[in-house]
Design a protein around this ligand. Structure first.
Ligand code: NAP
Length: 378
């Protein structure tokens, strides 16, 4: 793999399956390292803050993504796939990923590394239409052009554009940047295409603001209001997924900005309560700058953080006396933690691939931590 060279370097140590907070604290980390970088991402979901949001059948898209990716925290989640329509609020790349998974055929899904429980559940799904609710127009759509294009290549799926006037909202404007111009061009082509009878569909419902989740005991629909004209539309559905962005969570031992959901920092250097950099503590990725950007953005973000760490090293700011690598290993054992090293990770990886070989799948993922630990020990 891409990481093999770094991870097999003798100067590199890996302690996976260790959660920072209770049995091992931030103070333990800084007591054993000259520098600590948090790259913990943003794993919680923002609420919609509309009536009816508490009803069962309304889920965060992040939970659905965790479920189909086999994340141990979400593998027991259940989604009602018995209706013909699912509604997704928000039109970022996560919404498009979710729409794709909901509409792909079991054969296509089987060629991916989707979790087996999700593959089994989706094989019996009745969903034929996914409606994506966007509160603004196509020009302001949050998805990337590549993901929008990929939707149009799904076998047996039509892409429909609704809720906006093509002559006004899909018209080219010389002031548009390249990405926006490409998105609008694609949207125009989708809008002109006649739907194929019998196909499944993904419907982009632009300029629609969600105002109420409908239902008595569980989700029965979503009420949306026209952003420009105030027209009210009720969309019947039993599966509502909100895909309106992620949010970082407070890290024990670090300051946290509740308004933005990030750890306060200056170019990756973590700031303390006094607004001054905390020596030797850094952040990178979504916990540093919020849940935006694709993988390449995170790479640039990490380079900036590491450059600051090197600057601090060169300035002699990372010279505290700290515990040795062996002392850290002793501490992990003392706290009864079960760290997995790189050899263990390889063990899990090859066991998953072997499980997949039997059923012609790239891999069958483990979704329970104890199963992963037994594979790591082999
Ligand atoms: P996102 O790109 O920030 O999109 C969030 C969407 O939710 C926007 O359409 C936003 O509309 C809408 N929204 C926010 N609050 C809302 C509200 N109260 N009511 C209705 N709609 C609301 O978030 P994301 O899709 O979770 O993606 C997160 C990041 O991961 C993005 O940078 C994305 O590109 C990246 N990502 C990339 C890939 C990939 O490259 N394949 C895959 C997954 C994720 P407004 O624009 O009107 O606010």
């Amino acid at each position: 793999t891409l990481f093999e060279r770094a991870f097999t370097n003798k100067r590199f140590g890996t302690h996976l399956n260790v959660e920072i907070g209770e049995r091992l604290t931030h103070a333990d980390l800084t007591a054993h390292h000259h520098a600590v970088i948090y790259a913990v991402g943003a794993s919680s979901s923002r609420p919609l803050d509309i009536p009816g949001e508490h009803l069962p059948g309304n889920h965060a898209a992040a939970q659905f993504v965790g479920w189909y990716n086999g994340h141990p925290d979400h593998s027991g989640a259940e989604f009602d796939l018995s209706g013909e329509r699912a509604v997704i609020v928000g039109n970022g790349n996560v919404a498009l990923d979710v729409a794709r998974v909901l509409l792909m055929s079991p054969d296509q899904l089987g060629q991916t590394d989707i979790a087996q429980h999700a593959l089994d559940a989706l094989a019996h799904s009745n969903i034929r239409e996914v409606v994506i609710i966007a509160r603004r127009g196509p020009r302001a759509a949050a998805f990337s052009v590549g993901e929008f294009l990929a939707l149009g290549h799904l076998d047996g799926v039509d892409v429909l554009i609704e809720g906006c006037d093509p002559a006004v909202h899909l018209a080219a404007d010389p002031g548009d940047d390249v990405e926006t111009a490409a998105k609008l061009d694609l949207a125009r082509r989708y809008a002109e295409r006649a739907p194929t009878p019998g196909n499944k569909r993904v419907v982009f419902h632009f300029l629609s603001t969600p105002t109420e989740v409908l239902g008595d005991d569980r989700v029965e629909g979503l009420r949306v209001t026209g952003t420009d004209d105030g027209a009210v539309t009720d969309l019947a559905t039993t599966l509502l997924l909100r895909s309106i962005g992620y949010r970082g969570t407070r890290q024990p031992g670090l300051e946290f900005d509740e308004a933005t959901g990030v750890v306060p920092n200056e170019h990756g250097r973590v700031l303390g309560a006094d607004g001054q950099p905390v020596p030797g503590v850094y952040v990178t990725g979504w916990i540093k700058r919020g849940p935006r950007g694709v993988i390449g953005t995170n790479r640039i973000c990490a380079e900036e953080t590491v450059a600051k760490l090197f600057e601090d090293f060169d300035a002699g700011a990372l010279t505290r006396a700290v515990g040795s690598r062996d002392a850290l290993c002793d501490l992990l054992a003392e706290r009864e933690l079960t760290p997995v090293d790189w050899t263990g990770w390889r063990g899990i990886d090859s066991a998953e691939r072997e499980r997949g070989a039997g059923s012609a799948r790239p891999r069958v993922k483990f979704v329970a931590i104890d199963e992963m630990l037994s594979a790591a020990e082999k």
